[in-house]
Design a protein around this ligand. Structure first.
Ligand SMILES: [Zn+2]
Length: 623
């Protein structure tokens, strides 16, 4: 049929053809649209895992005219110090769609510009990686453990575009575990933020999975367990995880709506990995250089903490961390809540789930409480100020020494104690609990994903306690300044006595030591106002004699202090920067506190304690 006869169809045929041509045009436009839509395609080539390298290709499609900036991240969400991941990339090149080399100019430590004269830009580079934790990457004969900011370059102009990742030359038995969705053999992210949030564990791992129902959905909780233990050990870990998942769900009333209805623990329990945990929206990286058996399943403590983050910090999100800037440190004054309260609940959920006995849980509480009560750093800043130090302390590395023992206190520990104090105050003074504040924050800010600030949090504390004055005072005194509540009085209302653990024990101040040959050196700075600090001893000094005892090991120090009483003075001889000094060490009382169960507790006190510590998951069924 020729053109002419085609152009003279019957009316009815015309109609049909007309419809078809509209459709065809739309289809063609859609096709054109698809082919010209900007996107980012990565290829990860794992041919050289034994050399601890990967070759990475980033293809940017439909590039607009003008130079394109490409960046290697300097920050990773959830880890607050600066990291400069660019130090481990090399052999960086750029090409056009026809593989013709393009000019590449380095414009700063972590940014480059490519002059774009084609629709596509292809960037190739190699990555060396040998640090498996929640921030960095490790590639070796066992696995490719990849955190995205530490692995993949990106183009800020393409931050909103969808991301596709294909993985080639994967060693044979290895499988990919990730929160990314899989579409036709490729891994897909909605945009750069989604991609950056989605670590990859590519290895021969044990896959464990269970279903947890929540608000009419079935969620699949997975554990990609890369370890050298037995499958039965993995199964046992799964039962511990199942138990705390239920307890955490009971606190918030529901699970977050994980993408694809799945949440995955990416666990590496192997030699030569760094112990860590890092939260993500629908997964977490948990690493430990001990096996499950060696650690007696203590890994579950980090898992519980990170799982709680799927609510608190991933969805109940501080405004100060939103949006996240991958090129610099991101400071927040709310980490005492985001991390500290998560620390508190990570452990409390394990008590409620039965993993911790009451004694084991109190040991955890006391560790944080003793550290916080004794920390000289609290003189200078409260929890809000300490949170802002995260940009230096959270895996920040510098060569100059600091005096953090005396001027800083971790917002993890401090925040955990603030959470404990607030929980006890809510229970004792108001007949409420911190669980209710967490749930309120979830409903208003987490579920809705509206980032919050300190004012929002104070408002909700006022609502939950029913006392705006209390909420204001709490923020003024216990968050922005460093006051603590009267723990002794609060614990008494739960039938628990907070008292000195060893009132007759002499205390010289908590320090660490190290041996250099037969010499014993101070390895940490003594805390201000401690006996050692008052005697003028400093880090690096050699202890020579304490009382009657010549000192050459840490045991000698313990022996010298063993029978000493608080208030007693011992002769101290030490060497500092080449000079021998003889002075007096005036011992103080060991300030360590312990919790004792009051057998005479009233029924009301006992009920308060049980409401705090007992399983809440039983009430799940009726929710
Ligand atoms: Zn955390």
């Amino acid at each position: 049929m020729d053109q002419l006869s085609q152009s003279q169809p019957s009316r009815s045929t015309d109609k049909v053809i007309g419809k078809f041509s509209v459709l065809a045009t739309a289809l063609l436009a859609a096709l054109l649209n698809v082919s010209v839509a900007a996107e980012v395609n990565y290829q990860l080539d794992l041919a050289q895992v034994k050399q601890q390298q990967a070759e990475i290709t980033m293809r940017l499609t439909n590039v607009e005219k003008g130079p394109v900036t490409i960046v290697m991240a300097s920050a990773s969400p959830g880890r607050y110090a600066r990291h400069d991941f660019a130090k481990n990339i090399f052999d960086l090149r750029a090409f056009d769609a026809e593989a013709k080399p393009l000019q590449l100019t380095r414009t700063s430590a972590s940014t480059w510009q490519v002059v774009a004269d084609s629709k596509d830009i292809v960037v190739k580079y190699r990555l060396f990686a040998d640090h498996a934790d929640g921030t960095y990457s490790q590639i070796d004969r066992r696995h490719a453990h990849l955190n995205i900011p530490a692995t993949f370059m990106f183009a800020p102009a393409f931050a909103a575009e969808p991301v596709n990742l294909s993985i080639v030359n994967k060693p044979r038995p290895w499988r990919v575990a990730s929160q990314l969705s899989q579409v036709q053999g490729q891994w897909r992210a909605k945009n750069l933020d989604d991609f950056m949030d989605s670590p990859l564990e590519i290895s021969e791992h044990q896959w464990l999975s269970f279903t947890q129902a929540s608000h009419g959905n079935n969620y699949q909780i997975n554990i990609a367990l890369h370890h050298q233990g037995t499958a039965a050990q993995g199964e046992h870990l799964k039962t511990l995880v199942q138990a705390f998942v239920k307890e955490q769900q009971a606190i918030f009333g529901e699970l977050p709506d994980y993408a694809g209805k799945q949440y995955t623990f990416l666990a590496d329990y192997l030699p030569a990995v760094a112990s860590d945990g890092m939260e993500h929206r629908n997964s977490t990286v948990v690493t430990d250089d001990r096996s499950l058996l060696q650690a007696e399943y203590a890994q579950v403590e980090t898992m519980s903490h990170e799982f709680f983050h799927a609510w608190n910090v991933e969805r109940i999100r501080p405004k100060s961390l939103q949006p996240f800037d991958f090129t610099k440190t991101n400071m927040s004054d709310l980490l005492w809540y985001a991390e500290g309260f998560t620390n508190y609940y990570g452990k409390l959920a394990l008590k409620r789930s039965g993993y911790f006995s009451q004694d084991a849980y109190f040991e955890q509480v006391l560790k944080a409480l003793n550290r916080t009560l004794q920390a000289p750093g609290r003189r200078f800043q409260g929890p809000a100020g300490m949170s802002q130090q995260a940009v230096f302390v959270d895996a920040g590395v510098s060569v100059d020494p600091t005096d953090y023992g005396n001027n800083y206190l971790s917002y993890y520990t401090y925040g955990e104690v603030v959470a404990l104090g607030l929980d006890l105050q809510l229970r004792v003074k108001f007949g409420r609990s911190l669980d209710q504040l967490m749930r309120q924050m979830w409903v208003l800010y987490g579920k809705t994903e509206i980032p919050y600030d300190a004012t929002d949090l104070q408002k909700q504390l006022a609502a939950v306690s029913g006392d705006a004055k209390f909420a204001e005072k709490f923020f003024n005194e216990q968050v922005n300044q460093s006051q603590l509540p009267d723990f002794k009085a609060l614990f008494a209302e739960l039938g628990l006595r907070l008292q000195l653990a060893e009132p007759n024990k002499a205390f010289a101040g908590g320090v660490t030591f190290r041996n250099e040959g037969a010499a014993l050196l101070l390895a940490s700075r003594p805390l201000v106002n401690s006996a050692r600090a008052n005697a003028g001893v400093g880090i690096g000094d050699t202890l020579l004699q304490l009382g009657e005892y010549p000192i050459s090991t840490e045991q000698d120090v313990q022996l010298a202090l063993k029978n000493a009483k608080p208030g007693e003075k011992l002769t101290l001889k030490y060497q500092q920067k080449g000079e021998v000094i003889v002075t007096e060490l005036v011992l103080s009382q060991d300030p360590k506190l312990t919790l004792v169960v009051d057998e005479q507790a009233t029924a009301e006190q006992l009920k308060r304690r049980n409401d705090w510590l007992n399983s809440q998951a039983v009430s799940l069924a009726v929710m």
